[in-house]
Ligand binder design. Structure first.
Ligand code: SF4
Length: 574
């Protein structure tokens, strides 16, 4: 069945199955695979909004289809569909190569079909993208594209002489003389409640398109289902490297304050999730940003509606006892996560977070006392002002944290890789925060992502740590953390040996690639890169942690049961 609008999510590197590319551990602490197969939540909201306004839509996670099926031919798939427009996300910089390549294929087979980009990276680089990449026709800027996209579709459907693109808020476009025009971002909704009116929309969309796989949020969702609840857009804080900070939102996406989804709406959404699947629900953003009344409203709603789902909350700073008590009182199972970044309070502060280790540890202990099932604590490598010895101190501190309760506390350490977000304070004022930005253009970044190893993807280094240092520390820290976990009987010695071996292979591959890319003869270079394929495949799984570390406790809901429930409700859904 053809749809008017097709939303395509590309793998971060389009031709990852054919080209030799050592993608490293850049996605190890998120549920996506190395090609960042998770599509943005905005796809669902945009798709639902357009459907409500008379357009047929379909979401296609090309990345998942390519990962699941070696024979899946993305190019052929695109050739055989025929929508009115293609919408492709380019939200985080890491998707630069994949999204632009997918757009190129769309244009190759459908030269007259508009290709529309959206997302933070598209917004930041809007003019450069339209100047240099002719496969992209329009960019919808800002954090909310629903209304501008609808208006654009309405205008595209009108007769040729009457297309007034200058009237569409948030739009970047080309005029008849091929000049790039950028309208202001004036559509910045103050509440998120006008979106996702129908929480069952995604189920209906799957049924209509008969494409379950294409709607999967990420490949491993089948085995580890997690539902995301986007509680707000925007942030009150300014973590230096974050492209979702208050500074970035204000200066680049024209949002002066966060917009929230109301507690009532969140509870409706949770109720629908619970009626299909009892999987963990991850609350994106710290719900305390909405104020006491807001988070109390969420907890009261969970209690009132007797929602019995495992829930996971992000803490942007340590939690007060009364907040944790109410969480514990309302939620039958809850997990928490916090990102102190470094054990040094000075480095943490220079990264935009001003809280002490004591207050964080107090929060962890209180939460565990109150029944928290799992507490994840995230540290990073590659922060401004952070030195090699600071990373070693952090590793010692991680052991100290783990020692509080080795069964329930899960510390992670990973590189800030491969890119600093454009628009973040670190990107805009690198000197002030100890960063060196190596590439400022998306066309340069596109070229970097064509390189054969993650070492060359970096768009930054710091005054204290070069890219080689960050990579070296990443592997060193991984081994050290495995040794700590072995000491606390969290993993066995066999696993540690296996990881050591994988890390040795990773280092070997990186060194080999450094040599190979100096070879002038392209055929020889290609053949030498190909000879590394087996080794690369041995280290393509998560190295910095195991899938289990990323799992949150959940009930035993099987996807089969979900499908049975969907079929049971078919008459209501259709
Ligand atoms: S990382 Fe910091 S700035 Fe970014 S969303 Fe989280 S709290 Fe806000």
């Amino acid at each position: 069945m053809n749809s008017d609008v097709i939303f395509l999510h590309a793998p971060s590197i389009y031709d990852f199955r054919n080209r030799v590319s050592f993608l490293g551990p850049i996605s190890d602490v998120v549920p996506s695979t190395q090609v960042f197969d998770m599509y943005p939540l905005g796809f669902v909201s945009l798709s639902e909004y357009l459907s409500r306004n008379g357009y047929s839509t379909r979401i296609v996670n090309l990345a998942v289809k390519m990962l699941n099926n070696g024979d899946f031919d993305a190019e052929k798939f695109i050739r055989n569909i025929d929508p009115e427009v293609f919408c492709i996300d380019l939200h985080w910089l890491v998707h630069t190569q994949g999204s632009l390549e997918i757009a190129r294929i769309c244009k190759k087979y459908h030269p007259n079909t508009p290709v529309i980009f959206g997302g933070f990276t598209s917004t930041y680089f809007d003019k450069e993208i339209l100047s240099k990449f002719e496969q992209v026709d329009f960019i919808i800027k800002g954090d909310s594209g629903e209304l501008p996209l609808l208006r654009l579709l309405n205008i595209l459907n009108k007769n040729k002489d009457n297309k007034k693109f200058e009237d569409i808020e948030n739009l970047t476009w080309r005029d008849k003389n091929n000049r790039v025009k950028s309208n202001s971002i004036t559509y910045v909704p103050e509440s998120m409640d006008e979106f996702l009116h129908d929480p069952e929309f995604i189920i209906k969309s799957i049924i209509r398109s008969r494409d379950f796989e294409g709607h999967l949020p990420y490949k491993n969702w089948i085995n580890i289902p997690i539902m995301a609840v986007l509680t707000s857009k925007g942030c009150l804080y300014n973590c230096i490297t974050c492209g979702g900070s208050a500074y970035t939102y204000k200066n680049f996406y024209c949002r002066k304050k966060p917009a929230f989804m109301s507690p009532e709406k969140i509870i409706d959404y949770l109720s629908v999730i619970e009626s299909y699947i009892k999987c963990p629900c991850f609350f994106i953003n710290d719900i305390r940003m909405g104020g006491n009344k807001y988070w109390r409203g969420i907890f009261e709603g969970i209690e009132r509606e007797r929602i019995d789902l495992p829930v996971v909350f992000e803490l942007f700073y340590p939690g007060e006892r009364k907040f944790l008590e109410m969480m514990s009182h309302s939620c039958s199972r809850f997990d928490l996560e916090i990102s102190p970044e470094d054990s040094s309070e000075i480095i943490r502060k220079s990264h935009g977070k001003s809280y002490s280790n004591i207050s964080m540890e107090k929060t962890i202990k209180s939460a565990l006392e109150l029944g928290c099932d799992k507490f994840d604590v995230f540290f990073m490598i590659g922060l401004g002002k952070q030195r090699r010895e600071d990373v070693y101190k952090t590793l010692r501190y991680m052991e100290h944290i783990l020692n509080i309760n080795p069964e329930k506390i899960c510390p992670f350490i990973s590189p800030y890789a491969p890119t600093i977000d454009p628009g973040s304070l670190a990107f805009e004022k690198p000197d002030k925060y100890g960063f060196i930005i190596k590439t400022r253009m998306i066309s340069e970044q596109y070229e970097l992502f064509q390189k054969p190893s993650w070492k060359y993807f970096f768009n930054y280094e710091t005054e204290e740590l070069r890219v080689d240092d960050i990579i070296d520390l990443t592997y060193e820290s991984a081994i050290r953390l495995y040794e700590i976990k072995e000491k606390y009987n969290i993993i066995d010695s066999k696993t540690v040996s296996l990881r050591r071996e994988q890390i040795e292979i990773s280092r070997y591959v990186l060194n080999e690639i450094d040599e190979i890319i100096t070879i002038k003869d392209e055929n020889e270079m290609e053949s030498k890169l190909n000879s590394l394929r087996d080794k690369i495949s041995k280290v393509s799984e998560s190295l910095l942690c195991s899938d289990n570390d990323l799992n949150w406790p959940r009930s035993d809901t099987k996807i089969r049961n979900v499908l049975l429930k969907v079929f049971g409700k078919l008459p209501k859904l259709l």
